[in-house]
Design a binder for this molecule. Sequence first.
Ligand code: KG4
Ligand code: ZN
Length: 354
Amino acid sequence: MIILSIETSCDETSLALVEAKGGIKHPKFRVIENIVSSQISLHAPFGGVVPNIAKREHLKNLPVIFNRILKNPASKKIEAVAVTVGPGLEPALWTGVNFAKEVKLKLKTDSPKLKLVGVNHMEGHLYSFLLSQKTQLPVSDFKFSKTKTFPAIGLVVSGGHTILLLLKSLTEWKRLGETRDDAVGEAFDKVARMLGLPYPGGPEIEKAARKGDENSVLFPRPMMKDKNYDFSFSGLKTSVLYYIRDHEEQSKNKEFIEDVAASFQKAAVETLVYKSMRASKEYKAKSVILAGGVAANKYLRKSLSKAAFESGLNFFAPDMEFNTDNAAMIAAASYIQILKKKRRRIAAESNLTL
Ligand code: KG4
Ligand code: ZN
């Protein structure tokens, strides 16, 4: 089936056309279009996303991107319209939800059975690895198959969430732990700001860290050795803040920034990898699945994939274009939902989680 999907939960306006087929054990996807219009440059001067600017830009961008999508011949065969209903910024979510309802009315004449599917944004992230035809990682036998995948440990890391899951199948999971304070993406963004790097900070930290010495500062790894599977990144962030304050005279120095970025990144990633691998041992997982905007971080991808392979586990992560917010992942999650015959209210729900 051809799915048109819409994502407006934060600062990216995105529409995708995805062909989905197969059953729940082997869902297959072909991304026909995945158009992402980023508003980053408009929010950057404010150091974060401004909800009303996001709403205004989504309203402006949605019809423009939709008209581009309509030029694709596959748009004549749309059988489902999928839209992110949450979590996210409420005014931003409503723009997508209302637009999806309008689109459904417009397209209904050609396809009277057209479905409207409300999607959880975090499920979109979780399933984004299914969109990969190949992977950028050193996995030679990238094949999604039940025997090599489940039980799986899922690490979902974004700007608003840090969640560790135990997945029995694609659709059955238990939450093992989550962050008690800041999400890891949020910590990257805040540390970047302390170092005078632009918003969004995650990619900037990664770039600076490449040239830095990751062993120059030993930052704490809060809760890493605790028995539970929860995380805490606020203490790490505060330690970085104190370190920068204590070395104020060097804080504008390029090398200092690179060293702090690398040391912070190492501390954050080590905690994520340590707990994911401990969970994989305890629950005898066959694979580790990484997802969410922070999954774009190559240092995290490398560290976690290496740890998984060394333990004889498979490793799955989305292709680079599907890590940060995009509509293709919403189409993947909507298809799983359609297969499961699960229905969700078509209304913004800013606090949804996994
Ligand atoms: O999933 P996402 O696009 O939006 C949310 O649902 O939150 O994630 C955005 C988060 C931001 O905090 C951003 O700084 C972080 O992902 N991020 C990264 C990288 N790329 C994006 N963090 C670390 N390294 C990156 N390369
Ligand atoms: Zn996201």
